[in-house]
Design a protein around this ligand. Structure first.
Ligand code: SF4
Length: 302
């Protein structure tokens, strides 16, 4: 199955979207923070200028089974983030800025390298603030033979206008749904409209790609997988998030429930985030899945 972006490349629309994306960087509204800065001259809340930064790239075997398959998911970890999670599990990359600048040519080479290694897909990790740069790299990589599907692996704080740039380019959306309460989102991640923006973004992702489709070899070809990290003290709003997914999306949505939380970065400053989740908290999340009839997906071992 050919990736959907080939049609956009052949019609010239991909090139138009690259132009539109790069123009957006001049007064940046790429993500819901809408900083309005000219990223060719200064940086906004994501601390990233007009050239993307990459921390690492590799064949990753620890993603959900249909993403990692037997040959790995080709992760590209982008440096910096548009969120400020005080417990970020990847904080050296997302908050402290470990990484190096990579031009569009360099990013195209990384994509091709992951394809040559046999990865099943290219998994764009924390991509929301560098979408135009990714599209620019894709435009260079296609004529060199790049054909892998993309996984858009996002915190889920994405703008609808930016998702429109990705329509027909991303085959697999992998958004987090982190919170169900705006006050908690503001306190823990520094964004006061996460829940509203996240829910509208996920609805748009479903509209673009639908539910998860897996081929005969068990590899994801298209669709949506939602990730939910259970936090201590009920801070992730697990019950309400699962209700939203089951009732307002579909009970057949693929959902990956994660138990891996550990107190990282600034978490020790918050009274409820100083510990891992308890067995009872995770059992409660499992019961919520059952109550809402959410049967498709994966649950990480505690
Ligand atoms: S991508 Fe960065 S500069 Fe642009 S609106 Fe978001 S946080 Fe601000």
């Amino acid at each position: 199955m050919e990736p959907s972006y080939l049609r956009l490349y052949q019609s010239g629309e991909l090139e138009e979207r690259v132009g539109e994306g790069l123009r957006t960087l001049r007064k940046c509204t790429l993500c819901p923070r809408r900083c309005g800065v000219d990223r060719t001259l200064e940086i906004g809340a994501c601390h990233t200028g007009c050239i993307a930064q990459v921390s690492s790239f590799n064949a990753h075997h620890g993603e959900e089974p249909p993403l990692s398959g037997s040959r790995g998911s080709g992760t590209i970890f982008f440096t910096n983030c548009n969120m400020r999670c005080i417990y970020c599990q990847n904080y050296p990359i997302s908050q402290i800025g470990h990484g190096r600048t990579v031009t569009a040519e360099g990013l195209a080479k990384i994509m091709l390298d992951l394809a040559h290694r046999g990865c099943h897909n290219v998994n764009l990790v924390t991509p929301s603030h560098v979408v135009p740069q990714i599209l620019e790299a894709l435009l260079l990589a296609i004529p060199q033979g790049f054909r892998l599907p993309f996984v858009y692996n996002t915190s889920g704080y994405d703008a609808l206008e930016t998702l429109a740039l990705l329509d027909g380019i991303i085959d697999i959306y992998l958004p987090d749904m982190r919170y169900a309460d705006e006050r908690v989102a503001f306190q823990l991640s520094g964004v006061g409209d996460y829940v509203a923006r996240n829910r509208e973004a996920v609805r748009e992702m479903v509209r673009q790609v639908g539910e998860l489709q897996i081929d005969d070899e068990g590899i994801a070809k298209r669709g949506l997988i939602i990730r939910h990290l259970v936090l201590p003290g009920g801070l992730a709003g697990t019950q309400e998030t699962f209700r939203f997914i089951a009732e307002e999306l579909s009970p057949t949505t693929s959902l990956s429930v994660m138990a891996q939380y550990f107190p990282a970065y600034l978490a020790s400053e918050h009274p409820l985030l100083r510990r891992s989740i308890s067995i009872e908290e995770y059992a409660s999340a499992s019961r919520c899945l059952e109550e809402h009839g959410l049967e498709n997906g994966w649950q990480q071992g505690l």
